[in-house]
Design a protein around this ligand. Structure first.
Ligand code: AMP
Ligand code: ZN
Length: 136
């Protein structure tokens, strides 16, 4: 299902033009208009889902297969030095467009970008407490 006021629904379904790298019945892969580096692309499912929690099992089962295929092609064609696959959910996590998407970001030695976090220093007890919280 498409969502009427969603820009990525419109792009994914071809109602708004984009620099398309790939399309099939489930997805469109486009160049990001504000790229972190040359070739930064977005995988957009054609079916609207706000985020990973809303994503259908079927789409979820296909999307990383496509990410792998696109990454291989982009590395071959762009001769980049590395590659980030990024997916944000929620404003605090950096999501600015409320339609699930995966960032494919080619990385170059001198691109000046940094996708990083500050590592914490939890104790064994703290790690065990969070492990239990998740698995129990
Ligand atoms: P996120 O912050 O994970 O929600 O990523 C949204 C991404 O979409 C950003 O990298 C934007 O540069 C990109 N973006 C927003 N609008 C468009 C658009 N109309 N076409 C292509 N990329 C877009
Ligand atoms: Zn949408």
């Amino acid at each position: 299902m498409k969502k009427d006021d969603c820009i990525f629904c419109k792009i994914a379904n071809g109602e708004v033009p984009s620099k398309t790298l790939f399309e099939d019945e489930d997805f469109r892969v486009i160049l990001d208009l504000g790229p972190a580096a040359k070739g930064h692309a977005l995988i957009l499912p054609k079916e609207h889902a706000k985020d990973i929690y809303e994503l259908s099992q079927e789409t979820a089962s296909k999307v990383f297969v496509l990410a792998k295929k696109m990454a291989a092609r982009m590395v071959e064609k762009l001769h980049c030095d590395g590659f980030n696959v990024v997916q944000n959910n929620g404003e605090i996590a950096g999501q600015t467009v409320a339609h699930f998407h995966i960032h494919l970001i080619p990385r170059y030695q001198d691109d000046g970008q940094a996708i990083h976090w500050i590592p914490g220093t939890p104790s064994q007890e703290e790690l065990e407490a969070v492990r239990k919280l998740i698995v129990e």
